[in-house]
Design a protein around this ligand. Sequence first.
Ligand code: CA
Ligand code: CA
Ligand code: CA
Length: 660
Amino acid sequence: MKTKSTSQSAFTVRLLVASVFCAASVVITLLAFGTFSAQAQLKPQVIMQSTDPLVPVGFDCSRISELGIDKQENLRAGAIMIACGEAQGGTPSASSALFEAIESALAPLAYGATDVDLVTGAETSPNITQSETFTTVNPENANQIVVAYNDSRGRNVSPINISGASVSTDGGTTFTRVTLPSGQGPFSNTVGDPVILFNGPTDTWYTVWLDGACGGQGLGGYKSTTPWVATSWTHYNCVHSNSQDDRESGWANNNPSSIFYGRMYVSWNDFNRGGGLFVRFSTDNGTTWANERQLTTGTPFIRNVQITGDQTNGDVYIAGMDEGGGGFPHNNINHLYRSTDGGNTWTHTYNGPSFAGPGVGASGYFACMFTGGTAGVFWRHEGWGEPAAFNGVVSLVYAQHGAGADAGDVYYIRSIDKGVTFSAPLKLNTDATTRPQWQPNISVSDAGTLLATWYDGRESASCTYGSTGVPCYRMWSRKSNDNGATWQPDMQFSDVVSPLPAQPDPGIQATYAGDYDYGSAVLVKHATSWVDGRVAIAGSSQQDAFTDRELVSQSPTPTPTATVAPSATPTATATATATATSTPTVTPTATATATATPTQCVVPNFIGVQIRRATQTWVAAGFNSNNITTIGNPGQKITSQSLPAGSFGNCGTTMITVRH
Ligand SMILES: [Ca+2]
Ligand SMILES: [Ca+2]
Ligand SMILES: [Ca+2]
């Protein structure tokens, strides 16, 4: 309670200040009044006083461009932009407080199961914003899932804490937001930008955040072997100490048969070094992080989009994006960097073609997907997606501007030569509308299935910031059962069409709705999370992080089958909620083969068989020796297989993964 009242009074002060200084969240004093134009008179030149832990006293606002503060996507940079008068904080919807219930359509048996709200426990306005997710499943126990996200619950506590996590121990059916007795999360003195990794050799979960204890805005965080126990999280040695790190990502090698087993990688942009793209890795299960490599100079600026790796061979990939100087409109270029030696050396393998970035306008550097909110535009998004890699095949999803007034479509490109050349882009959303699709993520399972998921406005005609009465978007997905060679139809993933949430926290950038969602997968399931506006507070739609999962074995067809998790309300087909959109159809890529009558083989039993005998068992059943992946050491016995014994599959193309 003490924390709560402190927080509320701090917010009251802030409101008063904001009314004088136009959304500044700190007390500011102007220097050199004479140099300001009439329009800029309210913008401070130097921050003389600050009660905000995110805004350093003495910060020279004229250094914003030099330090790339305007290009950084983290919440501290956002607070400095607000304090310098270059951006605004959030506000609730200005729309009527009349609450209109969102009509929640019955969840069709499309992709996924029942959505889960990750934000359990009380929410206290205005610090109620949760979004920007990173989801990791324990590869050794798929019942354990941890989602890390930005959580403004502790925006006004001391030390600050804008980082959150929710944990499931029942395979994703339920989640609990990890909360200390104080009412805050366990990640004190961190300011978001979530990464959550599982380190196999030590069975330890590592969060990586922008960490105040690592030089002010460096990289570090907390670790735990029992992530559902809030008090179990302890601070570990910093990944990198710095004051201007931004937009980190992470990946862990969890293949016990790899010579790089247990290695963890963290990539980021360092704005004290020109915005260059860097990567560090730990060879001792997170004890030390001394190995650093520089991938770009920062000229041109290449955003660290996300890092991933190939669990079959240990190769590591970083997707980057050249954002063409930002603003709107602007062009993007996808880049890819690869290491085949455990992070020691890196190759710039791909410099793609230029394409138009998604959005409808910009607030400063960042393009946004919608109009509305205090900045005039909302939901900043540059087109960032996520890479995935398996068996030497590299997948990448991203968003680009659609035709005419269509603010965004999501695309998939595929490389079969470890990221050197890519296929022609495949538009994943097959709708015939001009509605926006944006902010995609993708994961590959250890069985070679891919799940791409994105925000999709095809089921609405318009979106209104914060309005509970205007359904706006739903998560849609598309699955590939053959590592991206062919794709199943695009279908709904989340269960309702969500309103466009507001961002009511005045200490967080007004245009913020989460900058990314990192999906991931293990042998048996894909898991991914998103920001959802279906839960209203004080009559306004606001941001909650939600999650769902798709079983690798789940039938991708809308017809219920025995492999679909039982549902209390099975509906017939995905067309149950369809409006005028076209019926989803399978869109095979040019590489798809069209064998009319494929030869069928019977999947053998692997359970109890030694890893070293796996390939010969597979080949003896008639399958292709190239299409089996083993996880484990040669002498270990197999305990699980991605396809059930006795099932049928095409002898030439069926892929299987078996693990100890
Ligand atoms: Ca579109
Ligand atoms: Ca769902
Ligand atoms: Ca919330």
